[in-house]
Design a protein around this ligand. Structure first.
Ligand code: ASP
Ligand code: MG
Length: 455
């Protein structure tokens, strides 16, 4: 059985028109397993509602919940309006009931959060997952209208995780077991439709896999089922040499290796969740990134080895970064100083994007998070600390070292007078990172992109 796991993101799930397009794509496959995100904007709205409730603004939070309900009801109504069906009343009824029940649950979670006065990570996941819980059910119902034998599968039954709310780690062994039931669904001729992004902890509470986690769901299922391919359907024609929203001359990449694609995801090319490729890579399953709105376009194929002979692959950037520098007091240098710095990072589970070190100082580029101040306080015990916020990180990915001569010259001349706070390069990772002021990130990225790809 040739199984294809198809994942559709928020923009694909925007309204009844895109739902139709999604379902038309699904129809073309013999044995698809479908993973969907929440409809566009919903996850962000849910997160905001949770925060409002914690700030004692329950009324505003409930208004958001209501807006989500109305929007989803309308998508289904519009869908049924444009795609007549004998089962219209039945489908409309079951959709309304399901959405009503989910929003009822959401309202309870919000009320609880208000009472608690704080949004616990556990509550936050329960709230944030509602978008996928709702969208997956409704899309499955709409599939029936177009004659697709859909079956909604509750993600909690399949995506088993630990209890690290907010970025739960999947229990691969259990997921592999649970995916057995999907095979039965496929064998009976049904198309499973599953909400991405969330799963379930051992104690049956809801967890989420982190921002953009639906890709990860798709890859976990694809890996477990040894799928023929995993296809991530999005709103751009694959992975580009730069974010096409900001870099007008960005070009699509036809092929990428798992390794380079992971690095790109990590350094801000928001096409994939950074963990997405792991399960696919283990079983050597190709991952395609394709454009919903241009289904005939080839997109990008991500495979094990892609021997690119280019001097460079892509550029990505991210903002809301900070750089933190610790310089050792004279009495504390060398490895004990470095050990202290890195063990603090471990204690806070902080992911660092770039580091420069000498024996007596460490400069770290990392996302500006709430723990930054606390971290600085800890570092005062070992050295002088400075924190600069409002930074951007530009990463030039897939730089071939023996071609670096010409490349670095072009990069640096493109940077011109841009003030650079930090540079890092490692041969193994083939990445050059620059930290610049946030406000200069996009312009500098454009200039570098032009210099390395078209200059
Ligand atoms: N809806 C979730 C998010 O916005 C998960 C996803 O779309 O992948 O992060
Ligand atoms: Mg996405």
């Amino acid at each position: 059985m040739q199984i294809y796991v198809l994942k559709f993101g928020g923009t694909s799930m925007a309204d009844h028109k895109t739902w139709k397009q999604v379902l038309e794509i699904i129809k073309k496959y013999e044995h698809p397993i479908v993973v969907v995100s929440a409809t566009a904007r919903t996850t962000r709205q849910l997160v905001r509602a949770g925060k409002l409730a914690a700030q004692d603004k329950l009324e505003e939070a409930l208004e958001i919940a209501d807006e989500i309900k109305v929007r989803h009801n309308k998508i289904v109504e519009d869908f049924l309006e444009e795609n007549p069906s004998e089962k219209k009343t039945l489908i409309l009824d079951s959709c309304r009931k399901n959405t009503e029940a989910k929003i009822g649950k959401l309202n309870k979670l919000l009320a609880y959060t208000q009472k608690a006065g704080t949004l616990s990570p556990q509550m936050s996941d329960a709230i944030a997952s509602m978008g996928e819980q709702i969208s997956s059910y409704l899309l499955a119902q709409c599939g029936l209208v177009l004659g697709i034998l859909t079956q909604h599968i509750e993600a909690r039954k399949i995506i088993k995780t630990d209890a690290e709310y907010g970025r739960a780690n999947p229990n691969r062994l259990l997921i592999n077991q649970k995916c057995g039931s999907l095979e039965t669904v496929l064998e009976s001729g049904f198309t499973p439709i599953i909400g991405g992004f969330y799963g379930e902890a051992p104690d049956k509470t809801v967890t989420t896999l982190g921002f953009e986690g639906s890709d990860y769901t798709a890859s976990l299922i694809g890996g477990a089922m040894s799928a023929t391919a995993i296809e991530i359907w999005t709103d751009v024609s694959g992975v580009y040499t730069g974010d096409p929203r900001y870099i007008p001359d960005a070009q699509p990449l036809l092929e990428l290796s798992y390794y380079d694609a992971t690095e790109m995801a990590y350094f801000g090319a928001k096409v994939l969740h950074p963990s997405t490729l792991k399960p696919a890579q283990e079983r050597n399953i190709p991952v395609w990134v394709k454009n919903m709105f241009e289904p005939e376009a080839e997109g990008t194929r991500i495979v094990r080895s892609s021997d690119h002979n280019r001097e460079v692959l892509a550029l990505s950037f991210k903002t809301e970064m900070a750089i933190l520098t610790v310089s050792a007091y004279e009495t504390l240098m060398g490895y004990s100083f470095l050990t202290k710095v890195f063990s603090s990072l471990k204690d806070h589970q902080l992911a660092v994007d770039a580091v420069n070190t000498t024996e007596a100082s460490v400069t770290i580029a990392l996302s500006d998070t709430e723990v930054l101040d606390q971290l600085s306080k800890e570092f005062i015990e070992i050295g002088h600390v400075s924190v600069e916020r409002g930074k951007g990180l530009i990463s030039v990915i897939g730089c071939t070292i023996d071609k670096m001569d010409g490349l670095s010259g072009r990069i640096f001349s493109a940077l011109g007078n841009t003030k650079v706070d930090m540079i890092s390069f490692t041969k193994e990772k083939r990445i050059v990172n620059f930290v610049v002021d946030e406000g200069e990130t996009v312009e500098a990225s454009k200039a570098i992109h032009q210099a390395i790809f078209t200059g």
